[in-house]
Design a protein around this ligand. Structure first.
Ligand code: MLT
Length: 238
């Protein structure tokens, strides 16, 4: 049976064997949730970049440029990183360049460490993702973007939901996968309250967000798409 592992922070990735494995990048609040929304409404491609400065360069190539730093939209960009911003039918057929605090950096790390496939995971595409992972029959790493290399609740909670759904098809010899699953199973009927208690949800409150991004990012299967990295761009394969 193939292996299933959970990495709770990109800082721990060097301690795992990544080469030739399928990596699911997880950034529930909000990068991977927003990416799923973008593909749901018909965005063509998403280029993820590690910095807002790099991202801005793509404006001249007719990309929609989106960037946030510490949850706040970067001045001069078309979008920040709220899923509400991405849910715009006018973006259908367009390309987006995206840079976020943690999520797009985690993608870069996974790519630099030799993953054979990099896909996007969120509660919005959880069933499409899990069915695809089972079909691939490859070793899997669920990579949590966390917060500046620290653990965060929401990403590991989602990783636990995935472990809980697919573990019968894999060899799970990984304490972080077991811990993630236990975190999910013990809170699966209380997800919103738990995520609202997270440090990042509190950052949203401190910034007086006008949109309820936490509630949006917990809408199970509301964006049943599967974004995968192909030739440096994310595209939708389902
Ligand atoms: C991240 O990169 O951690 C998130 O995307 C930040 C956010 O959107 O608030």
């Amino acid at each position: 049976m193939k292996n299933l592992e959970v990495v709770v922070s990109p800082a721990l990735l060097p301690f795992y064997h990544v080469k030739n494995k399928t990596v699911v990048v997880i950034d529930i609040l909000r990068a991977t949730s927003s990416m799923c929304v973008a593909f749901k409404i018909g965005v063509e491609k998403i280029l993820t970049l590690a910095s807002a400065e790099e991202c801005k360069l793509f404006k001249e190539f007719d990309f929609i440029i989106a960037a946030e730093k510490d949850a706040i939209k970067v001045a001069g960009f078309d979008l920040g990183n709220s899923p509400f911003e991405f849910e715009n039918p006018l973006f259908a057929g367009k390309n987006i360049a995206l840079a976020t605090t943690n999520g797009t950096k985690a993608i870069k790390y996974a790519n630099e460490n030799g993953a054979s496939a990099i896909v996007i995971g969120s509660f919005l595409n959880i069933d499409v993702l899990c069915n695809w992972l089972i079909e691939q029959n490859n070793d899997i790493i669920l990579l949590c973007a966390g917060w500046k290399n620290k653990f965060n609740i929401e990403d590991t909670l989602f990783a636990g939901a995935v472990v809980n759904k697919i573990e019968s098809n894999f060899n799970v010899d990984c304490d972080s996968a077991l811990a993630a699953k236990l975190l999910y199973v013990s809170n699966k009927n209380n997800l919103e309250n738990l995520v609202r208690a997270s440090s990042h949800a509190k950052r949203f409150q401190l910034q007086s967000f006008q949109t309820d991004d936490v509630k949006y990012c917990l809408q199970m299967n509301s964006a049943p798409v599967l974004p995968i990295l192909e030739d440096n761009y994310f595209k939708k394969i389902i």
